[in-house]
Design a protein around this ligand. Structure first.
Ligand SMILES: *Cc1c(COP(=O)(O)O)cnc(C)c1O
Length: 376
């Protein structure tokens, strides 16, 4: 068997032992009080992480299933304005094209979104707006609150992918006016991959399409979840629900504010290391946009080869991510989602620093030391 590697990529992330053990048990009936209690625990904690009183359902499927559910249930044949500044924004646009009349509001990957263009689209009748809150491919945090304000002003539905922010960063679904928010189990919640969690506002329920998809029909999930015991319409991925419940209990024990502060601190430490090394953070931010608190994207210095650098890091036991699509070879990304603490961050940075040197880059300063200063 391959040696266990430390996953310091932006999902999936290491799963705490308690969470792994929670799913190692005999099968249970999914129409039982036992399952219903697990589902209820998940929803209780998830609502605090989303900061919402809206309905919230859990779908068996990865984050993308949640993205498709959001769009397919409210956007059919409607005008959709898709904000895109990275890989996942593109994905929401592609899904939107399958269901409605989608317009892409495109910025270079990792650069600020074009809100002027969004205003134009809203004035021209866009009924739905899609946003990636934390664009994982470029490690940029987009201004969700501002975009929520614009949607409210024009009475458009606001669909937000919070897959790498919810549970690890500040998200205020109700305050920001997010009509459908989505997250996934394998990112900030540090649970296994395979569940999508979706909140739905009263305004979104009012505007549901008359011909929803079958498996991803949000109204069916709501109906099953509103009985006693709580259920899902079809057989769910029961072991994953049990694992997610345990992961949610860990979130509750740590306390959401402390969890968010920890994520922010870890990201700051990685940013400090990059700066000390003399490297450039990839995102180009402005007053409204910010660096991500859950993943950091760093530009490769000239001459350092992606495969070689990350290969050295992997050989020493840690997986960090490269760039996606046209950013392959241009950036590398270090994730800090889930249960990651100073130990994992400092090990990752020490090995990365070593790998950068091995690949011929003369680091300007001690990145590991700079990170340690942030952490302790
Ligand atoms: C990981 C991720 C997704 C979902 O991807 P899946 O592989 O379907 O779980 C969606 N959006 C963002 C921003 C992500 O980081």
């Amino acid at each position: 068997m391959e040696k266990e590697l430390l996953l310091m990529m932006p999902g999936p992330v290491p799963i705490p032992e308690r969470v792994r053990f929670a799913m190692s048990r005999q099968a249970i009936n999914h129409r039982s009080a036992d399952f219903g209690a697990a589902y209820a625990d998940c929803v209780r904690v998830l609502k605090t992480c989303f900061a919402t009183k809206n309905d919230l359902v859990v779908i068996s499927g990865s984050g993308t299933a949640g993205m498709e559910a959001a769009i397919a249930n409210v956007s059919r044949d409607k005008k959709i304005a898709c904000l895109v500044n990275g890989k996942f924004g593109e994905r929401l646009y592609k899904i939107s094209q399958r269901y409605g009349k989608a317009t892409e509001i495109k910025s270079e990957w990792g650069t600020p979104l074009n809100l002027e263009k969004l205003k134009e689209e809203l004035e021209n009748g866009a009924e739905v707006v899609t946003l990636i809150h934390n664009e994982t491919s470029c490690a940029i945090k987009n201004p969700a609150e501002e975009i929520g304000r614009l949607c409210k002003k024009h009475d458009a539905l606001f669909l937000m992918d919070g897959i790498t922010s919810i549970g690890g960063d500040t998200v205020e679904v109700d305050k920001w006016g997010v009509d459908i928010a989505i997250t996934g189990s394998q990112k900030c919640f540090a649970a296994p991959a395979g569940l999508a969690m979706v909140s739905v506002s009263p305004k979104a329920w009012e505007r549901m399409t008359k011909n929803p998809p079958y498996y991803l029909d949000l109204a069916a999930y709501k109906k099953s979840a509103s009985g006693t015991p709580m259920e899902t319409p079809y057989t769910p991925a029961v072991p994953l629900f049990l694992a997610l419940r345990e992961a949610c209990l860990i979130v509750e024990e740590e306390g959401l504010p402390a969890r968010i502060a920890r994520h922010q601190k870890m990201a700051k430490a990685v940013q400090a290391a990059a700066q000390a090394w003399g490297l450039t953070l990839f995102p180009k931010i402005d007053k409204l946009h910010n660096y991500s608190s859950t993943v950091t994207a760093i530009e490769y210095p000239a001459g350092v080869k992606d495969d070689e650098m990350r290969g050295i890091v992997k050989k020493m036991g840690i997986i960090i991510a490269g760039g996606q699509d046209h950013l392959k070879g241009k950036i590398f990304r270090i994730g800090n989602m889930g249960s990651v603490g100073p130990l994992e961050i400092l090990a990752t940075l020490a090995i990365t620093q070593h790998a950068l040197k091995k690949c011929g880059y003369a680091v300007k300063g001690d990145g590991v030391g700079a990170a340690a200063e942030v952490l302790g």
